[in-house]
Design a protein around this ligand. Structure first.
Ligand code: TRP
Ligand code: ZN
Length: 880
């Protein structure tokens, strides 16, 4: 682990050698799997004959090497910790290598590893180099033929990419299957699975009549948890045909559920590998939110078959080319399948807390970074979610028809190629005839743009003048920023009529809802013929990933909450109104002054609750009745005071519950149901509305509320209701409520790791002061293991990321605990270790005492012998 060097985008060169076809064979063994590779290699036509062949390879033991059948002498090649160099090679040749690797020792979960005894692979981004010597870069695309040899008893199922073409038995209780993938692909899409698995099978007929077999492979005890993933897969396949004209291209599509997995899932060609948490669902083990997440991830990985696999990335700096586009695609799919406004509200609420925080911290980076030390640190909210916001802006800028035709061009022109973000944007520019050159800055400039807006209504002229000023704060390596092209979708809501007014801008009639384009640092838009004084509704639907400030009064916000024609902005007006009230209360808490609830918020909530019987989207109403999260409130504060935020938010919750107790109770009771569980929008909406109401009641320890929570827990109707009730009981200050429920739940589900993860998370996110001791205690629980990323996330990740008051304990013990875990994980699983540090990297946002304590822990980590992953994050965090 010598000091790791960055890779720069500006150093990109096409590969000197490419592989056109790879024949692999794996003789599986936990301690010494034998990997034979025959690579058909060609020199790049523009490269010199004298160039050596350089292949990536890590943690491989080379057993044999030959070129065109001739074994190489020791002076003809060299192996070091990064790979293999063959000094002299012909223009075109076959390279044969044989290596051994040890899957059972692989705790990093990159390359070939074992999970619960089964073998599986994870090759993105640079894991293939831990399997065999190869040019491990996405712009080398080859067809693969893979033979997997395993034990008949232990590994009855042997899977790889593509179609099975041959199978047979071998001496010694062994057998093999050979798979062929006819589509050229980069090696990061390679996959292999072997183990004792069972499958659920279904069929899909594509628009052009191709019959596709769909399989989901799981451990036997999970066979009853695949229905939802299968249904989601079929919906996604149909949706991509109908929306993007994209069909599936092989005869077989497989999904495998794996218990130990670093991320959500992986789009390997024809053989998607999923974290079991991202595929398995059952009404009794998974919540509505989990059902929806599974649907979104199944769709996401499936959509990659075109946006990522058929057309892939030239280099890892282009990662958002596939991820931003694919997230946008899965967001639209989920919006079409569920409540579209709720999907947008939830995505934006998450984005504005988590991505904005990333953009404001020491690891901020552009959607297309220009350098990195460890690429797996760049699977970030910026690459994924901000990348998706940029694609969404593009869709809105050029309109759906041009966007679709740009997408068709992109897939046709670049099929089978590894390309760049410009290639994608060029297709959109060509299809629309628009100049997108300024827009491209969104990809290269880090940081969240801030827009200060103000407006004035001129009664005499009937004009409304709206002035917008943009500024993007400095980020690491980028002190100066250029103005961006920012689309602002907006309306002017008449204060008399409560309706969107017709917009006329510079003589042009624009309808009642329009997009204005901010391109300069400052611009004034003059709307004429504005018949009445309006309140502007700006950045509707979150039309750009920016922070938009406008000096709204509380009456304005209450007005928009009641009248805005845009559902998203109605929700946002409510959030802004609550934030203003919370601001006052945070100040009161800090100054030791008595807290007083703003009656306008109470009245706003009263009118919302009055809509409960008549609304046609209960899920939206539930979102409107939900206060901004502590994390989002913190985002708005110049200096984060976790205790004041928690106290203020609790006070608002309790004040609302006291003032509107009967209304909440009525909403709860009206939305209970005994109907069999279905993860369908209407049921989900009713459940979320009911559960939001219950949370208010339990917040004031209302007797009826507590009784309902206990009954809901005991009724055991579905996990959404059970988990919610258990959370409310556990997060109350009454151990007599929480202890028996936790015990019952823990005993009932001791055999199911994914449910135990929920049990861990619920306990370690409780606001009571014993949370940290519970983390320590639960780390010794038999169901916990530091080697399993889901367990680590559920216990340590949830504590550090979601339990703000306890992680930020003034004695620094929360920070210490996290650093201890990071130091241990740095050796076991660097990818997960590096991700876990995130909350510590945000030290600049806290008071001096906490800053010192957080930095001390970062320095303690830095003193260790570090993986490149952890090194990069810690260095950035301390460089500030
Ligand atoms: N390409 C995957 C996705 O977004 C992400 C992924 C899965 C990944 N596993 C990984 C990235 C491991 C890095 C390392 O769908
Ligand atoms: Zn993806």
């Amino acid at each position: 682990m010598s000091d790791p060097k960055p890779t720069y985008l500006s150093d990109y060169r096409p590969p000197a050698h490419r592989v056109t076809h790879a024949e692999l064979s794996f003789d599986l063994d936990p301690a010494a799997t034998r990997v034979k590779a025959r690579l058909h290699v060609e020199r790049h036509p523009e490269r010199e004959a004298a160039e050596p062949l350089v292949l990536d390879g890590e943690q491989l033991t080379l057993e044999a090497i030959a070129i065109d059948g001739q074994p190489l002498g020791e002076d003809e090649y060299a192996v070091d910790e990064h790979g293999l160099t063959v000094h002299r090679v012909p223009e075109r040749f076959q390279l044969d290598t044989e290596v051994t690797i040890a899957p059972q020792e692989n705790t990093a979960l990159e390359g070939l590893y074992q999970s619960n005894g089964m073998y599986c692979t994870q090759c993105e981004a640079e894991g293939f180099r831990r399997i065999t010597f190869y040019p491990d870069r996405p712009d080398v695309m080859a067809t693969f033929s893979t033979t997997v040899i395993g034990d008949v008893e232990r590994e009855p199922v042997l899977l790889a990419n593509g179609n099975p073409v041959e199978r047979g038995t071998l001496p010694g209780g062994r057998h093999f299957v050979t798979w062929e993938d006819p589509f050229p692909k980069p090696c990061y899409l390679f996959a292999l699975v072997a183990g004792d698995l069972e499958k659920v099978e279904d069929r899909f007929t594509t628009a052009s009549g191709r019959e596709v077999t769909l399989q989901i492979w799981v451990e036997e005890e999970n066979l009853d948890k695949t229905d939802h993933a299968m249904a989601s897969l079929k919906r996604a396949m149909r949706w991509d045909e109908e929306t993007y004209g994209r069909e599936y291209d092989l005869d077989l599509f497989m999904i495998v559920a794996v218990n130990d997995f670093n991320m959500g899932a992986m789009e390997n060609k024809g053989l998607n590998i999923f974290n079991s948490a991202a595929v398995l669902t059952h009404p009794h083990t998974a919540t509505d939110a989990a059902f929806q997440r599974v649907e979104g991830i199944v769709a996401h990985e499936y959509f990659h078959n075109w946006s990522g696999n058929r057309v892939t990335c030239r280099d890892w700096f282009q990662l958002s080319l596939k991820e931003g586009f694919t997230v946008f695609r899965d967001q639209c799919f989920s919006a079409d399948t569920n409540s579209a406004p709720v999907k947008r509200i939830q995505d934006v609420a998450f984005f504005r807390t988590a991505q904005f925080a990333e953009d404001a911290g020491p690891t901020a980076h552009p959607v297309r970074p220009d350098h990195y030390i460890e690429i797996s640190n760049f699977y970030t909210l910026t690459i994924y979610e901000k990348g998706a916001e940029i694609v969404r802006m593009l869709r809105n800028l050029v309109g759906w028809e041009a966007f679709r035709s740009g997408s068709d061009r992109y897939f046709e022109r670049f099929d089978g190629q590894a390309v760049t973000i410009e290639d994608f944007v060029d297709c959109m520019a060509e299809a629309s005839g628009q100049d997108l050159s300024q827009f491209l800055r969104w990809y290269s400039q880090a940081g969240t743009p801030e827009i200060d807006a103000h407006g004035e209504y001129d009664y005499a002229e009937c004009e409304y003048r709206l002035t917008l000023r943009q500024r993007t704060p400095a980020t690491p390596d980028q002190p100066e920023k250029l103005p961006l092209h920012i689309p602002i979708r907006m309306g002017l809501v008449g204060t008399k009529s409560g309706e969107d007014l017709t917009l006329t801008l510079e003589g042009e009639q624009l309808g009642r809802d329009t997009v204005i384009h901010l391109r300069e640092e400052e611009q004034t838009f003059v709307f004429s013929d504005v018949a009445e004084a309006p309140v502007p509704s700006l950045a509707r639907g979150f039309s750009a990933p920016v922070k938009l400030r406008f000096p709204y009064g509380r009456e304005d916000l209450a007005f928009l909450l009641a009248n805005d024609s845009d559902g998203f902005n109605r929700w946002d007006a409510g959030q802004r109104l609550a934030l203003l009230a919370l601001d006052d209360l945070i100040a009161a808490h800090r100054n030791g002054v008595e807290k007083v609830m703003d009656p306008r918020v109470v009245e706003a909530f009263r009118s919302l609750l009055a809509q409960a019987d008549t609304t046609d989207d209960k899920a939206v109403l539930a979102e409107m009745l939900t206060l901004p999260s502590e994390a989002y409130i913190a985002e708005q504060q110049p200096l984060v005071d976790v205790d004041a935020i928690h106290a203020a938010r609790t006070f608002v919750k309790q004040s609302l519950a006291l003032a509107l107790r009967d209304d909440f109770l009525a909403v709860y009771e009206a939305n209970r149901s005994d109907a069999p569980y279905a993860p369908e929008p209407e049921q989900i909406g009713a459940r979320s509305l009911k559960n939001v109401a219950l949370a208010y009641l339990v917040a004031i320890e209302d007797d009826a509320g507590i009784e309902h929570a206990q009954q809901q827990f005991a009724a055991d109707h579905n996990m959404t209701d059970v988990r919610h009730a258990l959370t409310l009981l556990t997060h109350s200050s009454r151990d007599d409520l929480s202890d028996p429920a936790l015990r019952a739940f823990g005993e009932k589900w001791a055999h199911d790791p994914l449910v135990m993860d929920q049990w861990f998370s619920i306990q370690v996110t409780r606001p009571q002061s014993d949370a940290l001791e519970r983390v320590r205690f639960l780390m010794d629980h038999p169901a916990f293991s530091l080697k399993n990323p889901n367990r680590v996330r559920a216990l340590v990740g949830a504590f550090a990321g979601q339990n703000r008051v306890n992680f930020h304990r003034p004695d620094g013990q929360g920070y210490q605990l996290l650093a201890d875990v990071v130091i241990e994980l740095n050796r076991l699983n660097p990818e997960i270790a590096a991700r876990l540090i995130t909350p510590l990297t945000r030290w600049q946002r806290f008071d001096e005492g906490r800053q010192e304590l957080m930095k001390r822990e970062l320095e303690r980590i830095r003193a260790e012998e570090l993986s490149p992953n952890v090194y990069e994050v810690v260095e950035k965090a301390l460089a500030q």
